[in-house]
Design a protein around this ligand. Structure first.
Ligand SMILES: [Mn+2]
Length: 142
C-alpha cells in the first residue's frame, strides 16, 4: 500500500498524464508545491515499488499497477469534493479539506460516502431538506 505522500504523487501524476499526456518532474513539483529534488527522490521510490517507470531524460509512465491506483485516488478525491459540496462546505475550502482527509479514510468509508452522495443525487428534495436543517441551525445553533 502506498503511503499518504506516495498517494499524493501518484494522484498528481495520474492527473497530469490525463490532462497533458505526460508528467514532468517540474510539473509534479508545481502541482504539489514541493522542490523538484523531492519529486526526483519520490519518483525513484515509486519506480522501485513498480508504480511507474522513470527514465531521467525520457520522462515517466505509470505501470498498470500505478494507473489502477491512480484512477482510484482521483475517483476518491472527486467523490469527496462532491460530498463536501453536498453537505454545504464553502467552495473555496473544499479542495484543501479533501487534501487533508482523503488519505485517512478507509475504502469502506469511501464507499459509504459514495452511497450518501448517490442518495442526495437521486432526489433533489433531499438536498432541500438538508438546507432547511442548516438554516435552522444558523438561526438557532445546536
Ligand atoms: Mn487529492
Amino acid at each position: 500500500m502506498p503511503t499518504p505522500s506516495m498517494e499524493d504523487y501518484i494522484e498528481q501524476i495520474y492527473n497530469l498524464i490525463e490532462e497533458k499526456g505526460y508528467a514532468r518532474v517540474s510539473d509534479i513539483a508545481e502541482a504539489l508545491g514541493v522542490h523538484p529534488s523531492s519529486v526526483t527522490k519520490m519518483v525513484q521510490k515509486l519506480d522501485k515499488d513498480e508504480y511507474l517507470v522513470y527514465e531521467k531524460y525520457r520522462g515517466l509512465i505509470l505501470t498498470p499497477k500505478g494507473k489502477k491506483i491512480g484512477k482510484r485516488l482521483v475517483y476518491r478525491h472527486e467523490l469527496l469534493e462532491q460530498f463536501m459540496r453536498i453537505i454545504g462546505v464553502e467552495e473555496d475550502i473544499i479542495y484543501n479539506d479533501v487534501e487533508g482527509i482523503e488519505h485517512h479514510l478507509s475504502w469502506n468509508a469511501i464507499d459509504r460516502i459514495g452511497d450518501l452522495v448517490q442518495y442526495f443525487e437521486e432526489d433533489s428534495k433531499r438536498s432541500e431538506e438538508l438546507k432547511t436543517v442548516q438554516k435552522r441551525n444558523e438561526t438557532d445553533p445546536v
